[in-house]
Structures are given as structure tokens and as C-alpha cells.
Design a protein around this ligand. Structure first.
Ligand code: C2E
Ligand code: CA
Ligand code: CA
Ligand code: CA
Length: 284
């Protein structure tokens, strides 16, 4: 193993780097961000697909997407630090911050009289170790006067790589708390259909990669149709993400999907901008 040296070392070095930046630098940036309070949740609106008028669709809720607001680097997107945080374990602390912040937002919505819209947060598989996320959610619902049904936890398919029994136990417990679960990036990961029908997801999110070429590629359109039909037949609400074109929305609307999320309808924005745009005339 030692002679194959060069290639092996290259391999190790590459995996310890992300976008050319050493892991320890990212770890330091994340630690600083956690102590200095540089993390922000941006909100991207999610709309009812069956809205009669797609120009003014009905708002169903929002997905919370994390950003790191660095004083020198500016807005750092999650793709540049989430994977690193998963490696260093800092994702647990980030995940806890995200859930606390989401609860604060839901309290604010409640104060504004908005009790019918949901907030969806992303969770990493690592947050399911030692039932961390389950305990965090229990504690959250004790400490904040929020309706659990307004909270959605999005998990990606790579979650399936963890122990199925522990996962099923936690997902079922989370559902019993009244919190909804969304299967994110569906179709991109380690697809295991038996898990899909076996785990209590209420929402299925069709990944953007199935949306991009839906207008031009017949093959992609058929694939999308199968995925949507599968979710629907399992009684899940199908949310289509990454919708950028009107034509894409129309194709999925005809399939009877539940909701849309994408640049066509709205980009992720700071909470303040979201409230101004969507909750301005909420009964305060
Ligand atoms: P995701 O959960 O699949 O989130 C959707 C991503 O697609 C977001 O990127 C969003 O800005 C982007 N997007 C939405 N509509 C469109 C569209 O029409 N076109 C295109 N091209 N993109 C669109 P973002 O905010 O950069 O987040 C990237 C990923 O980072 C997320 O993918 C999620 O996996 C992860 N992430 C974000 N926030 C969190 C968090 O709080 N915790 C964890 N664990 N992961 C997070
Ligand atoms: Ca209201
Ligand atoms: Ca997501
Ligand atoms: Ca997604």
C-alpha cells in the first residue's frame, strides 16, 4: 500500500479538500460563524400547484435554506460548508441552530396570525445519530408555542444508508409529535423503494434534475411522470423543486402535483423580505 504512494496520497489529500480549501479552514470558519452568529436562514416560497392562476399562486409555506453571512467573504452558500460540517460533526450544532431559528420564525408567523403556512427545514443524516434530532424536536415543541403541523423536516435519500430500524423509529416518533416529514431530492440518491413505502414521509420532493429537461426530453418527461405517480399512489404530497420555466410548471400541473418551488415563483430571500412580500397584509 505504501509504494502505490503517490496516487494514494493524492487521493487522501483530495478528499480532505473541498473546492481547494483545507477542511481545517472550513472548520474554523464554521466555528467562528457559530460563535459570532453569522448564520442566516433564507426562505424560499412554496406554492400550491393547482392554483387557478399561476401568475398569483397560493402560498403554502417556505423552505428554510441556510447561508453563512461572512463579514469579508459575503454570503457563503451551503454547498460550501455543509459537507465539511458533516465531516467535522459541526452539522449537529448547525442543525440545532436551524431548528431553533425555525421555531422563532414560526412564533413570529403565529404572532402575525399566520397559522396555516408551513416551514420546511433541512436535516442531515448525522442529526439522526443518538436520536439527536428527535430529542431536539421534542424540546423545541415544549419550549415554543408552535403548531407541530407547521414544521416539516426534509431529509435526503442518503439517509437510507443509516440503520433502518433506528431511522424508522425516529421518523415514526417525529410523526407522532405531529411534525411532517419530506423526502428530499427524490430519485438522485440511493433509491430504495421498499424504504419509501415503509417510512412515514408525507411529502416527496422531486429533484430539480428531473425538471430541467422535462420540456425538451420525452424520456425525462416519462421518468418524471413515473416518479410523480409513485408518490401520489403512496398518498404523498408531491412537491416539484427547481421550477424555472412556465412550461415546466404546466407539465407538472397536468400531472396533478401538489406544489411548486423554484426561481420561476420566487428565490430564497431573507426572512424580512419574505414577510414583506408574502405576509405584509397579515392581521398583526
Ligand atoms: P436542497 O435542499 O435541494 O435545496 C434546494 C436548492 O435549490 C437550494 O440551494 C435552492 O436555492 C435551489 N433552488 C431553488 N429553486 C431553484 C431553481 O429554480 N433553480 C435552481 N437552479 N436552483 C434552485 P441552496 O440554498 O444553495 O442549498 C443547497 C443545498 O444545501 C440544499 O439543497 C440542502 O441540501 C443544503 N442545505 C441548505 N440549507 C441547509 C440546512 O439548513 N441544513 C442542511 N443539513 N442542509 C442544508
Ligand atoms: Ca391567518
Ligand atoms: Ca431541501
Ligand atoms: Ca432538494
Amino acid at each position: 500500500k505504501h509504494e502505490g504512494g503517490n496516487q494514494y496520497r493524492t487521493c487522501v489529500r483530495d478528499s480532505a479538500l473541498e473546492d481547494g480549501e483545507p477542511l481545517f479552514l472550513k472548520e474554523r470558519m464554521i466555528r467562528e460563524a457559530l460563535t459570532m452568529g453569522w448564520f442566516r436562514l433564507y426562505l424560499q416560497p412554496i406554492f400550491r400547484a393547482a392554483s387557478p392562476d399561476l401568475e398569483a399562486p397560493e402560498l403554502l409555506g417556505a423552505e428554510a435554506l441556510i447561508r453563512l453571512e461572512h463579514p469579508e467573504l459575503g454570503l457563503v452558500p451551503p454547498d460550501e460548508f455543509i459537507a465539511a460540517a458533516e465531516k467535522t460533526g459541526q452539522i449537529v450544532e448547525i442543525g440545532n441552530w436551524v431548528l431553533e431559528e425555525a421555531a422563532v420564525i414560526l412564533c413570529e408567523w403565529r404572532r402575525l396570525g399566520i397559522e396555516e403556512r408551513y416551514l420546511s427545514v433541512n436535516a442531515s443524516v448525522i442529526q439522526f445519530r443518538d436520536q439527536g434530532i428527535l430529542h431536539q424536536l421534542e424540546s423545541l415543541l415544549e419550549r415554543y408555542p408552535i403548531h407541530p403541523s407547521q414544521l416539516v423536516v426534509e431529509v435526503t435519500e442518503n439517509l437510507m444508508l443509516d440503520s433502518k430500524d433506528s431511522l424508522r423509529y425516529q421518523l415514526q416518533a417525529i410523526r407522532r409529535l405531529g411534525v411532517n416529514l419530506s423526502l428530499d431530492d427524490f430519485g438522485t440518491g440511493f433509491s430504495c423503494l421498499s424504504y419509501l413505502h415503509d417510512l412515514p414521509f408525507g411529502i416527496l420532493k422531486v429533484d430539480r434534475s428531473f425538471v430541467m429537461n422535462v420540456e425538451t426530453s420525452r424520456r425525462d418527461r416519462e421518468l418524471a411522470r413515473v416518479i410523480v405517480a409513485m408518490g401520489q399512489s403512496l398518498g404523498m404530497q408531491v412537491v416539484v423543486e427547481g421550477v424555472e420555466e412556465r412550461g415546466q410548471a404546466e407539465i407538472f400541473q397536468a400531472m396533478g402535483v401538489h406544489a411548486f418551488q423554484g426561481y420561476l415563483f420566487g428565490r430564497p430571500m431573507p426572512q424580512q423580505a419574505f414577510e414583506t412580500r408574502f405576509h405584509a397584509n397579515a392581521d398583526a
